[in-house]
Design a protein around this ligand. Structure first.
Ligand code: PGA
Length: 240
């Protein structure tokens, strides 16, 4: 793992953009897996800035994502397609037909899982962007996830429901189930960029980098991948 520790969130976001652009600029039709959550928003703003102020084109970028709640209506603003449209896709020149977000269709859930896993395994992403949960999850691969897991339906862990409830008006509104791409799918990407910010991520970051590879911290499976760049601020790095 390549580790970059930054002084704060802003620097983390800028470094993430630098790493991302170094990979993507050399690829004609880069395939990118986008993460949701608060952490990558600053990085996505840097991508938008590069389009708006430097004329970087994202016309040929193909976009995928990591996970989606089950049970929210198509136009619910907590859906991850809404998040990605709002924070990035509507603000750059990506073509709509190049965006393939999990469950942004009427497919039956099981078929959708198979469809998505096939895409990720047959056409490896050039970059998979990741955050990390305070419990060590990546995507919605909660503690207990096996390394051979693929895209599937999962039950969300209590820590995740509590963490994500900050974005809902009450905790009861947080869905209990989601689709997540699996560890096998994630590790199939050619490059992985993982971001973390803040003290509440420090324990998970420590377990990911220095802990044993274990289902107790699914992010530790990233130790098996050859091209992972971990970009974290000082607070997230405080237990290293
Ligand atoms: P966050 O979520 O960026 O909102 O902290 C990260 C995650 O749960 O993977």
């Amino acid at each position: 793992m390549k580790l970059i520790i930054t002084k704060d969130y802003e620097e983390m976001s800028k470094k993430a953009y630098n790493e991302f652009s170094q990979i993507v600029n050399h690829i004609k039709e880069p395939k990118i897996g986008f993460a949701t959550g608060s952490t990558p928003i600053g990085f996505y703003n840097e991508i938008v800035k590069s389009y708006q102020t430097k004329g970087v084109s994202y016309e040929n970028l193909k976009a995928y994502n990591l996970d989606e709640y089950i049970g929210l209506s198509r136009n619910n603003e907590h859906r991850y397609n809404y998040f990605l449209n709002h924070h990035i896709f509507n603000r750059i020149n990506i073509k709509k037909e190049n965006i393939d977000i999990i469950l942004d269709n009427d497919n039956p859930i099981i078929e959708e899982c198979e469809r998505y896993s096939n895409i990720l395994l047959k056409n490896p992403l050039d970059v998979q962007i990741l955050g990390i949960g305070a419990n060590g999850h990546v995507g919605f691969n909660e503690p207990g996830t096996k390394p051979n897991s693929k895209t599937r339906v999962v039950e969300l862990n209590e820590v995740t429901i509590k963490d994500n409830s900050r974005l809902f008006s009450k905790i009861e509104e947080v869905p209990k189930h989601a689709i997540t791409v699996g560890i096998t799918d994630i590790l199939n990407a050619k490059n992985i960029i993982l971001l973390a910010s803040g003290k509440n991520k420090s324990e998970a970051v420590k377990n990911m980098i220095n802990g044993d590879i274990s289902e107790l911290c699914p992010a530790s499976y990233l130790q098996k991948h050859d091209n992972v760049t971990v970009i974290i601020d000082q607070e997230a790095a405080s237990l290293l």
